[in-house]
Structures are given as structure tokens and as C-alpha cells.
Design a protein around this ligand. Structure first.
Ligand SMILES: Cc1cc2nc3c(=O)[nH]c(=O)nc-3n(C[C@H](O)[C@H](O)[C@H](O)COP(=O)(O)OP(=O)(O)OC[C@H]3O[C@@H](n4cnc5c(N)ncnc54)[C@H](O)[C@@H]3O)c2cc1C
Length: 458
């Protein structure tokens, strides 16, 4: 048995940063990683997908070159091997950077292998037993693959195996029309694939407001993506070199025949093979580790951070988990999960930046609220750039004048959202923003303008 002050299981977005803080505080730390350092974000999530989004955007813009008075002397072609090589060249240094920083960290021992609890303060990895008073679980999640009849008889992609693709699939059928599925859909359409998206709900990204879903569906369809909503995948079958996806919609069964299938139906936590029962750590019905507002599990001395605790599903929520745990343990600063405001982006083009509540959520609260919307067509910068798809929407509490939420679907929506988010964290009334002088011509300059246009939410 090898004793440590702390064990960190998994090197996602919170584990490595916490290991560094603990070591800096003089603790002897063990870090266990079973696969790629940096976890999902670095290897199979944010970083590689945004690299692909950038390549796809370049192709899209090149095809539109004549709109800008630019002549390209021939057809725009995709070299998928070069696209993948670019993506890999972006991922590799990030992964190496996380690994190197931990291996070179004095006071930190890195174990390569799968960690499993064998008792509440004991973890086994590759035949060694590690023991510590404090254990931090940062094991993340993976694609959830539902038991669709026939799916196990065909080869299909998940977000992880998509990272090895160095060709343009002739027809990519994507099961799932939510955040991950839609990013891949637009990327591969822009690379030249035929793309069909099959979504069970009556609309894409059903957690968003209806107007947002419809606008996103609109520009994806405009690019030639076949969007099928209200459609349940009931079977998958190999047909020669193709794959037939059987879809039930409005009581009828039809089939979509493609060359490749991507399963993007949801995520599940990597907690099923962690021996949590040996440590008595409680999970919910979906396997997410139950934590309190400071990310403590039901077992004293064990914390769960990142996607595996079900309190967030993003890199920034996992990083924020690290900050909360470190603040409470090391800084006597009692930060809590409930202090954070919902914030995320969908990286389609144009992107969606989100903060706080949706309009539907505000309506559900029944509180008096104000709303302002603006079409991106009315934003001069968007017009100048020839990128006018989408709209912005902001909701404000009528009485406190504080912002309740915003959906910015349009050029730079993923960046502009931060001026709203920061005002929300400051708990400042929107009138503060109205007095701020923003820079022209930017998308952000219209946020104060929109505040002048707030009307009662009917
Ligand atoms: C396609 C895709 C795109 C995404 N895009 C974005 C985006 O643009 N923005 C954003 O904010 N979020 C995005 N996300 C989500 C984001 O990647 C995750 O929320 C983020 O990586 C946080 O993960 P984590 O810290 O919980 O752990 P992870 O990053 O999942 O890492 C967990 C680590 O633990 C290791 N591990 C697991 N079990 C064990 C074990 N028993 N023993 C040892 N090691 C173990 C794993 O190998 C892994 O390295 C995306 C996700 C996907 C799938």
C-alpha cells in the first residue's frame, strides 16, 4: 500500500489543476489516468471539434468567396487527411502539455492505468494499492450508445472514433439533433458529405427556446442538411456497403440509407467501472455521483468534479468545480456550485451563446419580465461581414432590472455573451450597460441598444 495525502482519479479539466494546487500546498499527490491526458475536452471534445469547425468554416467561406469579390481559380476541395492532420497537430501539444506538467510536478506521482475503489479511501491501479484521506474523482463521461436493434451489428462512430476519420463520408447519418450532433452535422456537410440528422424530439436542440431551434434548423437546412425531427430510430441494418437506419415518424416506418452512422444521442458518466460500491459512494439513477454544493460526495473525504457529478457538462463547469473545491479546501473561501450561472455555447456557424434562463424558463417562473430581440440583419458588423443569420434575445427582471437570461444566435454570439454574463455575475441592473460606451462596429455595441428596446414579456 502506498500512502498519499490526496489521490486524483482522471485528468479531465479539474483533476490536473487541483493536483497542482494541492502539491503547491505541500501535499503528496497521486494522479491516475487510464488513457489520454487532458480527457474529453482536449482529445475528443472541444479542442478537436473546434479545430474541425474552423476547417469547415474555411471551406464554407471559400465557396462564398465571390460574394466578397474574391475569385478562387477552381473548385474548393477538401483534403480530409490535411484537415485531420491540422486537428491532430492542435490536439497533440495540449495533451502532451497536461501530461508533462503532471509528470514533472515534484510531489506528484502519475499512475498510468484504470483506477478502481477497493475501499472508501483505497484505490487499486495496475496491482498497486493507493491510499489517501482525500480522493478527488474526475473521470468524465463517454458517448451513450442506446440499445437500438441492429446497432451492434454495424460499425458506427461516436464523437471519439470520429476523431480518426480522414475521409469525407458520402452520407453521414447522425442519430441525435442536439449540441454534439449538430456541430458534426454542419462540419461534415461543409466538407461535402450528405448529412441526415435524426432527432426524437419535435425540434432540434429541444432544451433551447423554439425560436432558437427553428432558426438553427433553418440555416442547417439551407446548407443542405436533411433534418428529421419527431423521428425515432427503431433499428439499424447493414445493406451492402450502406447502412439503413429505420425511422418511425407519425406512426410510419421509413428508412434513411447512408454510408456512415454517428451516434450522438447523449453522454453517460464513467462511473460504472470505478468500484464506487466498494467505497459506498452514492450515485443517481443515471450513474452520476451525487454531490453537495461544495462537490463533496456522501463519503467524507471524497469529492467528485466535472461531468461525472451531473452538475455540469462542459469544460468550464469542470474547471469551475476545481475552483470551488480548491477555494473551500485551501483558501477558506466558501464557493458553491449554486453560485454559478448557466453558460455555454453551441459552435455551429453562426454560434449560439447562452447565459442564464431561456425565455421558456423565465415564463415558467411567472415573474414580470422584459424582453428585447434583435435580428442579426440589423447588426451593422454582421451586415458588413455578410454573416447575418440569427438573432439576439435578452430577458430582464422587470423589478430588479437584472438580466435573467440571453440567447445570442449569430456572429460572435459565443463571445458577445460574456458582456451579459459578467453583468449577471455583478448582479447589476441592465441600466449600467446602457451607460457603457461600446466599440463600433461590433456585435457587442448593440447590446446596450437592445436594453433601450426592452418590452414587457407578454
Ligand atoms: C464532441 C464534444 C464536444 C464538446 N465541446 C465542448 C465545448 O465546445 N465546450 C465545452 O465547454 N465543453 C464541450 N464538451 C464537453 C467537455 O469536453 C467536457 O465537459 C469536459 O471535457 C469536462 O470533462 P471532465 O473534466 O469531467 O473529464 P474528462 O475530460 O471526460 O476526463 C476524464 C478523464 O478521466 C479518465 N478516466 C476515466 N475513468 C478513469 C479511471 N477509472 N481511472 C483512471 N482514469 C480514468 C479518462 O480517461 C479521462 O482522461 C464537448 C464534449 C464532446 C463529447
Amino acid at each position: 500500500m502506498i500512502n498519499y495525502d490526496a489521490i486524483v482519479v482522471g485528468t479531465g479539466q479539474s483533476g490536473p489543476a487541483l493536483a497542482r494546487r494541492l502539491v503547491a500546498a505541500g501535499q503528496k499527490v497521486a494522479v491516475v489516468e487510464r488513457k489520454f491526458f487532458g480527457g474529453t475536452c482536449v482529445n475528443t471534445g472541444c479542442t478537436p471539434t473546434k479545430a474541425l469547425v474552423a476547417s469547415a468554416y474555411a471551406a464554407y467561406l471559400a465557396r462564398r468567396a465571390s460574394d466578397y469579390g474574391v475569385t478562387i481559380g477552381g473548385p474548393v476541395e477538401i483534403n480530409m487527411q490535411a484537415v485531420k492532420a491540422r486537428k491532430d497537430a492542435i490536439v497533440a501539444p495540449s495533451r502532451r502539455g497536461v501530461e508533462r506538467s503532471l509528470r514533472n510536478l515534484e510531489g506528484c506521482t502519475v499512475y498510468d492505468g484504470h483506477a478502481r475503489f477497493i475501499a472508501d479511501k483505497k484505490v487499486a491501479v495496475n496491482g498497486s494499492v493507493l491510499d489517501a484521506d482525500r480522493i478527488f474523482i474526475n473521470v468524465g463521461g463517454r458517448a451513450s450508445v442506446p440499445p437500438i436493434p441492429g446497432l451492434d451489428q454495424v460499425s458506427y462512430f461516436t464523437n471519439s472514433s470520429m476523431m480518426d476519420v480522414d475521409f469525407v463520408p458520402a452520407h453521414l447519418v447522425i442519430l441525435g439533433g442536439s449540441y454534439i450532433g449538430l456541430e458534426f452535422a454542419q462540419v461534415y456537410r461543409r466538407f461535402g458529405s450528405d448529412v441526415t440528422v435524426i432527432e426524437l424530439a419535435p425540434r432540434l436542440i429541444p432544451r433551447e427556446d423554439e425560436d432558437v431551434s427553428h432558426a438553427v434548423a433553418g440555416f442547417l437546412k439551407e446548407e443542405g442538411i436533411d433534418v428529421r425531427v419527431d423521428s425515432k430510430v427503431v433499428g439499424v441494418e447493414k445493406q451492402g456497403n450502406s447502412i439503413a437506419v429505420k425511422v418511425q415518424s407519425a406512426g410510419k416506418i421509413s428508412q434513411v440509407v447512408g454510408t456512415h452512422v454517428l451516434v450522438a444521442i447523449g453522454r453517460r458518466p464513467n462511473t460504472d467501472d470505478l468500484g464506487l460500491d466498494k467505497a459506498g459512494i452514492a450515485t443517481d439513477a443515471h450513474g452520476y455521483i451525487q454531490v453537495d454544493d461544495q462537490l463533496r460526495t456522501n463519503v467524507p473525504g471524497i469529492w467528485a468534479m466535472g461531468d461525472c457529478n451531473g452538475r455540469g457538462a462542459f469544460t468550464h463547469t469542470s474547471w469551475n468545480d476545481f475552483e470551488i473545491v480548491a477555494a473551500n479546501l485551501l483558501d477558506n473561501d466558501h464557493r458553491r456550485v449554486s453560485d454559478r450561472i448557466t453558460a455555454y455555447a453551441l459552435y455551429t456557424d453562426p454560434p449560439l451563446g447562452r447565459a442564464g434562463m431561456t425565455e421558456a424558463e423565465v415564463r415558467k417562473t411567472g415573474r414580470p419580465a422584459l424582453i428585447a430581440t434583435m435580428a442579426m440583419e440589423d447588426v451593422s458588423r454582421a451586415y458588413e461581414k455578410g454573416e447575418t443569420k440569427g438573432f439576439m434575445k435578452i430577458l430582464v427582471d422587470r423589478d430588479s432590472k437584472q438580466i435573467l437570461g440571453a440567447s445570442l444566435l449569430g456572429l460572435a454570439g459565443d463571445e458577445v455573451i460574456h458582456c451579459i454574463l459578467d453583468l449577471m455575475y455583478a448582479r447589476a441592473p441592465y441600466t449600467v450597460m446602457q451607460r457603457a460606451m461600446h466599440i463600433h462596429p461590433t456585435v457587442s455595441e448593440f447590446i446596450p441598444t437592445m436594453m433601450g428596446d426592452l418590452k414587457p414579456l407578454q
